[in-house]
Design a protein around this ligand. Structure first.
Ligand code: FUB
Length: 319
């Protein structure tokens, strides 16, 4: 049973509800939302799952998948992948991503700070370990994101130790890396334009009018001009004319979320773009202000590309 707006409720999956307010998911703490629009037009969100009882470091054990066609009526399809199905990991199932390719679905997930690939015949899973070992031969690798370009070449982005950013091509089978892993952090995404922000984690790439936009959580080291405090994590963005970079810092697209981390993704739906992220507003409402940073909830707002190609600061709507 889970508590929804103060009332105990039995949930059986798939579980469907309607909402037009943030956070989108109120029956569990679903965070690190990675949204994708699949070929039939359905929006799928792959999310980490903070435990109701979490009181410490982010040691999550499973992922849920969510689907919607209109951003109003949502379905939680339950657990898509659990740590019990990963022979080489015991916990820390951090920010996932997924894609559709040749009629199959691939989830890329960091578990115990190693990145693996999992495959299913259905977007909601269950997903099975494609390799029986990690895909990326680098330790301390987290937050994978797969971007498939218009020419069908797939790219895997990820971060390491919360400070470096990498990209590598994937082979057509989606379960093997193709060639050299490129470090992108020498693109100087460190900026002093809006304060002093350093790349941290969570790279996510979307394409707009032939420009590649990378949004990413960044940490503010010195007081910024926009009211964020030292140590706050915000979402910055950088652009490039190639998915392999180099990327150039452009600005901040979302301010801090109040829960130490913020993690984003971007989709295009018809002619509009949407920005997914998480915050701690629901945990606060449920009386967990002390541990709200370990109980995060996914939200969505519109993302506006200005005429000059810059991104308008996302206004995070309250729960
Ligand atoms: O949820 C665990 C970690 O916190 C994610 O991997 C990061 O992006 C941050 O949101």
């Amino acid at each position: 049973a889970v508590k929804i707006q103060g009332q105990e409720k039995e949930i059986s999956y798939p579980y469907t509800w309607t909402t037009e307010t943030n956070p989108i998911v109120k029956h569990i703490y679903a965070c690190d939302p990675s949204a994708k629009v699949f070929k039939d037009g359905t929006i799928w969100v792959f999310a980490s799952h903070d435990a109701d009882t979490a009181t410490g470091y982010w040691s999550m054990k499973d992922y849920h998948t969510f689907s919607t066609k209109d951003l109003k009526t949502w379905t939680d399809h339950g657990v898509a992948l659990s740590v019990d199905d990963i022979s080489w990991a015991t916990s820390h199932l951090w920010a996932p991503d997924a894609c559709e390719r040749n009629g199959k679905y691939y989830m890329y997930v960091p578990a115990n700070h190693k990145i693996g690939v999992f495959v299913s015949d259905k977007p909601e899973g269950p997903y099975k370990d494609a390799l029986g070992k990690p895909l990326v031969p680098i330790d301390n690798a987290i937050d994978p994101m797969v971007f498939i370009d218009d020419d069908n070449q797939a790219y895997l982005y990820f971060s390491r130790k919360g400070e470096d950013c990498f990209v590598v091509k994937l082979k057509e089978n989606m379960t093997e890396i193709d060639g050299v892993i490129h470090e992108l952090t020498n693109w100087s995404i460190r900026s002093t334009i809006d304060g002093d922000y350093n790349f941290v984690e969570g790279p996510f790439v979307h394409k707009y009018k032939n420009t590649y936009y990378m949004t990413y959580p960044a940490k503010l080291y010195k007081q910024g001009a926009k009211g964020n405090k030292e140590g706050d994590e915000v979402i910055c963005y950088a652009t490039s004319n190639s998915p392999m970079g180099p990327f150039e810092y452009k600005g901040i697209v979302a301010n801090e979320s109040g829960v130490h981390t913020i993690h984003q993704s971007v989709i295009k739906l018809k002619n509009d773009y949407y920005f997914f992220y998480h915050n701690g507003a629901l945990a606060e409402k449920n009386g967990h202000s002390e541990y709200n940073k370990f109980r995060r909830s996914m939200c969505v707002n519109k993302l506006i590309h200005n005429k000059d190609g810059s991104l308008k600061l996302v206004e995070q709507k309250e729960a």
